[in-house]
Design a protein around this ligand. Structure first.
Ligand SMILES: C[C@](O)(CO)[C@H](O)COP(=O)(O)OP(=O)(O)OC[C@H]1O[C@@H](n2ccc(N)nc2=O)[C@H](O)[C@@H]1O
Ligand SMILES: Nc1ncnc2c1ncn2[C@@H]1O[C@H](COP(=O)(O)OP(=O)(O)OP(=O)(O)O)[C@@H](O)[C@H]1O
Length: 306
């Protein structure tokens, strides 16, 4: 067994989220395009006896916000890898969170992916890439992407990821809401809206081609025009105050703004770094709790910090 291993994993924004009908397994068929952004969580794994977990940072210091027990995705990732590798789950784990909890930014998924990579190294399990992706998919639909990072197309329930070509580096301002949203609640609201005609019903997920084409050009204008999120009406139905943040982002000069994944984070696309700084200042207070600037482009997935 080696010494401490430190692994960092990124948050994501879905620049396209096409949601198909509810499947029999309780998930929805997706065509999504994930973009890793420069906001990240860090997991540190040290040798230990049994498992222990400490959480610090964003969302971890409120009473019971993210329980540091076996319900935590980090704990589940550790047990799953130990079982797969046939080793004892012995490790002291520490998670430093910067990604807000239940924000639509895949924070828990980032932690789970980082844990798989950290413990693979600490325990020297030598799990192959395919094995890690398979374990990641068991932990959550977004977890395989958190391993892969960069820019990727997600199909199936989002867990089948393949890298896609993207030519640019984009500047985002993330408007973080004070309180999170439950992912199943947002999917459930979309089903109700489709059933009662508030939004059109679908037979399959909307294809991601427009956003894929825009990503290849590297143009912010084209990306802004192609952004799409089928979950946005449902997130707005549950949190009408988010409309104010979306409008404020556009009024403050964002090229476009959309809800990230299941929300409630609003992701505003800025023309360049200077506009992002201005946008962040103007957005703060407009129905968002605080703003975080982030860059997307060649942001790697979960990987050891040297
Ligand atoms: C909204 C997104 O973040 C977009 O990338 C993801 O689809 C959510 O991914 P996640 O948080 O990893 O979600 P999971 O832990 O796999 O699933 C949580 C719950 O979300 C709903 N869910 C999730 C993924 C999917 N394709 N269809 C769903 O309906 C289901 O109710 C599921 O029980
Ligand atoms: N390590 C973790 N970090 C954050 N949340 C966790 C973690 N482990 C378990 N959870 C639980 O998972 C739920 C979703 O948290 P998370 O931050 O992953 O949401 P999210 O960013 O909206 O996810 P996604 O974008 O993948 O739908 C929270 O309610 C939290 O209690």
């Amino acid at each position: 067994m080696s010494g401490a291993v430190v692994v960092r994993a990124p948050a994501k924004v879905n620049v396209h989220l096409g949601v198909g009908p509810l499947r029999e397994d309780g998930f929805h068929a997706l065509h999504t395009v994930y973009l890793a952004v420069s906001l990240h969580d860090t997991v540190m794994a040290r040798p230990g006896e049994g498992l222990s977990l400490r959480m610090s940072g964003e969302g971890a210091d409120g009473p019971g916000l993210v329980p540091a027990d076996r319900t935590n995705l980090v704990w589940r990732a550790a047990e799953l890898l130990a079982e797969h590798a046939g080793v004892r789950a012995d490790a002291d784990l520490e998670v430093a969170k910067s990604i807000p909890v239940a924000a639509g930014l895949a924070g828990g998924s980032a932690d789970a992916a980082a844990t798989l990579v950290a413990l693979d190294a600490l325990w020297d399990t030598r799990a192959g890439r395919e094995d890690l992706l398979e374990l990641a998919a068991q932990l959550g639909s977004d977890v395989p992407f958190s391993l892969v990072g960069g820019v990727a197309l997600g199909t199936g329930r989002g867990e089948q990821v393949s890298p896609v070509l993207a030519a640019g580096r984009w500047h985002w301002v993330l408007g973080i809401a004070g309180e999170g949203l439950s992912t199943p609640a947002v999917y459930g609201e979309l089903d109700r809206m489709r059933a009662d005609g508030r939004v059109p019903d679908v037979t399959g997920p909307t294809p991601a081609e427009p956003v894929l084409a825009a990503l290849r050009t590297g143009s912010t204008t084209e990306l802004a025009a192609a952004l799409a999120n089928d979950l946005q009406p449902a997130a707005l139905a549950l949190r009408p105050d988010l409309r104010r943040a979306l409008r404020a982002a556009e009024d403050a000069g964002a090229r476009a703004a959309l809800v990230s994944g299941s929300g409630p984070t609003v992701a505003a696309l800025a023309a360049d770094e200077e506009s992002a700084v201005r946008l962040a200042a103007e957005l703060a207070g407009a129905g968002v709790f605080r703003t975080v600037r982030a860059v997307s482009g060649p942001v790697p997935g979960a990987r050891p910090v040297s």
